[in-house]
Design a protein around this ligand. Sequence first.
Ligand SMILES: *Cc1c(COP(=O)(O)O)cnc(C)c1O
Length: 376
Amino acid sequence: MEPIQMVDLKRQYHRIKQEVDKAVLDVLESSAFINGKPVQDFAEQLAAYNEVKHVIPCANGTDALQIAMMALGLQPGDEVITPSFTYIATTEVVALLGLKPVFVDVDAQHFCMCPKKLEAAITPRTKAIVPVHLYGHAAPMEQILQIAEKHNLFVIEDNAQGIGGQYLFNNGTVKKTGSMGHVGCTSFFPSKNLGCYGDGGAMMTNDDALAEKLRMVANHGQKVRYYHEMVGCNSRLDTLQAAILKIKLRELDEYINRRRAAADYYDNGFAGHDKITTPFRAGFSRHVFHQYTLKLEGVDRDALVAYLADKKIPSMIYYPVPAHRQNMFAHLGGTLFDLPTTDWLTERVVSLPIHTELDADQQDFIIEQVLAFVNS
Ligand SMILES: *Cc1c(COP(=O)(O)O)cnc(C)c1O
């Protein structure tokens, strides 16, 4: 059996090695390292894939969120509603820009923002909502979009874990995650579902004027070179990364199918266990399984992680401390937010290895060892 990893990037690379190596050498030969042709090509191809008008590449997913908030004109003191049960980047950029993060609780089943809690958190100073498609499960966008429209709020989707996911509306319309809000943000960090071989990110939107603003903010606030109309930043996707992403984008649906198949396999292995809850799949979401995350009841979770590590099975807690309990937000009164589901989940979740290269014998071994510990 191959050694088990949380994500097996090497075996994934070897499947597309010839194409990737050639693409990288072509970029080296062209020496157009910044804004080379692959950057524009990839942006167009991702826009077609994700069914949006504009894709604006940038340096990473954190920048994408920050640039989105800058381009939407959010001002210090404006309130931005986000989950606390997420990767820190979602909330960190809010505080970085002098905006006020307002944390809302998540749904205990699908781990994403709870629409009821969202509506209760809105104040006259609320300007934007950042739903996160956590672990690859779509947030309940239909309700979130309705609430946003009613209160005239911007919606910025954090799609870093959800790319390729789909959302089914009540009227039967299906949309790609990242294409429903004013801006969708994603990350091409290597372990993400569409990962490059370094850092990368992108923003997407259907709004022409906003697309131009996003492009300007990412490029020192300039539309015409050396004429800077607003304070921006410098955030670009390297040509090398774009050349690699063009190849990996063609594989994305296949990657997602492999992740979904691995999730089904785990689901079968853990089916019906009274201490283990396998990931929920809401009818509105086509899950892309960036993570495969169990909820455990009556199990010493941290001892399980240690037990698995001893058997050379990696596992992870995403995330061991929710945002509102991070020291980073102590001065903003993070712990004053009452988020019982977030706290409850933080104690009980564990994520198992999931990626495009997982074999049945590896999964059999993981399932066997989890059950051995839980049943002991
Ligand atoms: C990875 C991630 C980000 C940030 O992406 P980077 O490219 O690492 O900056 C933001 N939000 C979520 C939910 C993520 O998982």
